[in-house]
Design a protein around this ligand. Structure first.
Ligand SMILES: NC(=O)c1ccc[n+]([C@@H]2O[C@H](COP(=O)([O-])OP(=O)(O)OC[C@H]3O[C@@H](n4cnc5c(N)ncnc54)[C@H](OP(=O)(O)O)[C@@H]3O)[C@@H](O)[C@H]2O)c1
Length: 244
């Protein structure tokens, strides 16, 4: 993939991994359509650089996804890269959670349904452009789950398998990448986990793989997790089960 002079839509560009991706692609001379809900953070990004085009959108709402798709169709026909990065993680126990149905709905919506819908809505534009790519952010928890977040792990496993299958379908027309992060130090993991890597480390590892068309990008310890899971799946399960 060419890493310069692209027009890239990044969901969840206002914080954490998405913000680090935004900053790095900007430094590489790309234009960014930054998507998120927080208007102050979007305005801050716009002030940072003229090449950032903010778009406020709650991706869990169909009406807002439709507005985003219309905006792209009418004003950014040259969009060639979509990064599905926005995500949330709830940690709870199925036996004890009082808002179970609401939480299931919302987490599946943000993490799984919305990225799939966004791909469907933007494919007509992406497929017309050169150097086109879709990048989905899954998780090491898509490979081996932890006990505390069954829905999160399920949505990420869904994204993982979906991404592989879509890659087969879009072969030659649009390159389909998957970032599989280990624990990264962001608001999502605040107060949880050990050995977290900074978001910039994830982005640096990803860019190296992206340049070489390496489609499945295992970040940090995910490389070892996959090896352990292949050789001794029961050990991988034990290591991950109690993860925070
Ligand atoms: N951090 C980790 O250790 C880790 C590990 C594996 C995978 N991941 C994945 O990496 C991705 C980024 O996570 P992160 O750690 O950077 O999280 P984060 O710091 O909490 O940032 C999440 C981003 O998603 C956006 N977002 C959340 N809900 C949204 C919605 N309904 N509509 C639009 N935007 C929404 C937020 O923006 P607004 O608040 O402005 O809406 C924010 O920019 C997620 O998919 C996550 O599952 C993270």
């Amino acid at each position: 993939m060419k890493t310069i002079k692209n027009k890239i839509l990044i969901t969840g560009a206002t914080a954490g991994i998405g913000k680090a991706l935004t900053q790095t692609f900007l430094n590489l001379d790309n234009q960014i359509i930054a998507v998120g809900r927080n208007i102050e953070k979007l305005n801050e990004l716009e002030r940072l650089d003229k090449r950032i085009i903010p778009f406020q959108c709650d991706i869990s709402k169909q009406s807002e996804l439709d507005k985003l798709a219309l905006f792209i169709e009418q004003e950014h026909q040259d969009l060639n890269i979509l990064i599905n990065n926005a995500g949330i993680q709830y940690n709870y126990n199925f036996l004890k959670e009082p808002q179970l149905l609401h939480k299931i709905d919302y987490e599946v919506n943000v993490n799984l349904l919305s990225p799939l819908k966004l791909i469907a809505l933007l494919l007509p534009t992406l497929k017309n452009n050169k150097n086109a790519a879709i990048i989905n952010v899954s998780s090491g928890l898509a490979i081996v789950p932890k006990m505390d977040a069954p829905i999160y792990c399920g949505t990420k496993a869904g994204i993982h398998i979906f991404t592989k299958s879509l890659r087969y379908q879009l072969e030659d027309k649009i390159k389909v990448f998957e970032i599989i992060p280990a624990l990264v130090d962001t608001a999502m993991t605040e107060g949880r986990g050990k050995g977290k890597i900074p978001p910039q480390q994830l982005v640096d590892e990803f860019i190296k793989a992206f340049e070489k068309d390496k489609y499945e990008v295992n970040i940090g310890k995910v490389k070892f997790l996959k090896i352990i899971n292949r050789i001794r799946p029961s050990l991988a399960d034990r290591l991950m089960k109690g993860g925070r």
